[in-house]
Design a protein around this ligand. Structure first.
Ligand code: PEP
Ligand code: MN
Length: 263
């Protein structure tokens, strides 16, 4: 169902008037994890000033260590919803439990399925059974074929509103947190009719690489870019290393939209 052979025209997903997959580039920003209303609202305000309205933030954090901050759960979803309403934004957040999908659909505009859950088939089926866009991230060690099949699981349940997100894969290279598989973008665009985004934060894990990788993503044909922004990354409860502060965000965004490939 996701195959371009079955449906030659691009799937376009409407998020509060931003049409993902329309040939223009769309940007998703926000903190790694929702920590407080003030924290999310501060980032949303900086986005609003730039005319940006796709806000992200994790309420359920799939952390490597069980002793690390696990997210605020439903409290986090409520904060996101409040900020989204106040700033007229669309909100994207990860859900990790199939049983939470229906509940979360009331708070969110987009359900994110994270890299660690790309082959959680019960979660994929649950996300496929609701009428809500899904942002599906590529698994840490998933082939492109497995990634496409994961999207097929969602669409097979009737939900065709899927955004694919390349977020880096694990290789032997340690200079970056993951290896951004930039060629996955045109392959996914050729093989499927779904919009494709690139998460430059989790793929690189390095603040100094966010801008060049975002430019590369757009130049190669991505429909959008995701990156993490936090009012004070040094005290962030997760991903303190690679989130941008507001000043870095400002510079990043200005330089990115000045790139000749952005329209
Ligand atoms: C995230 O976007 O918050 C996240 C945890 O990313 P990933 O699933 O790609 O690691
Ligand atoms: Mn993060």
């Amino acid at each position: 169902l996701v195959s371009r052979k079955k449906k030659p025209e691009d799937t376009v997903i409407n998020l509060k008037g931003e049409y993902i997959g329309d040939g223009k580039q769309h940007f998703v920003f926000g903190p790694c994890a929702v920590e407080s209303y003030e924290q999310v609202a501060t980032v949303a305000k900086a986005m609003k000033e730039k005319g940006l309205k796709l806000l992200r933030g994790g309420a359920y954090k799939p952390r490597t260590s069980p002793y690390d901050f696990q997210g605020l759960g439903v409290e986090g979803l409520k904060i996101l919803k409040r900020v989204a309403t106040e700033f007229d934004m669309a909100v994207i957040s990860e859900i990790v439990n199939p049983a939470d999908i229906e509940m979360a659909a009331e708070y969110l505009d987009v359900i994110q399925i994270g890299a660690r859950n790309m082959q959680n088939f019960e979660l994929l089926k649950a996300a496929g059974a609701v009428n809500k866009p899904v942002l599906l991230k590529r698994g840490l060690a998933a082939t492109i074929e497995e990634f496409i099949n994961a999207a097929e699981y969602i669409m097979a349940q009737g939900n065709g509103q899927i955004i694919l997100c390349e977020r880096g894969i694990r290789t032997y290279e340690r200079a970056t947190r993951n290896t951004l598989d930039i060629s996955a973008v045109p392959i996914l665009k050729q093989e499927t009719h779904l919009p494709v985004m690139v998460d430059v934060t989790h793929s690189t894990g390095r603040r100094d690489l966010l801008l060049p990788c975002a430019k590369a993503a757009i130049a190669i044909g991505a429909d959008g870019v995701m990156a993490e922004v936090h009012p004070d990354p040094a005290v962030a409860l997760s991903d303190a290393q690679q989130q941008m502060n507001l000043e870095q965000f400002d510079q990043f965004y200005n330089e990115l939209i000045a790139s000749k490939f952005v329209h």
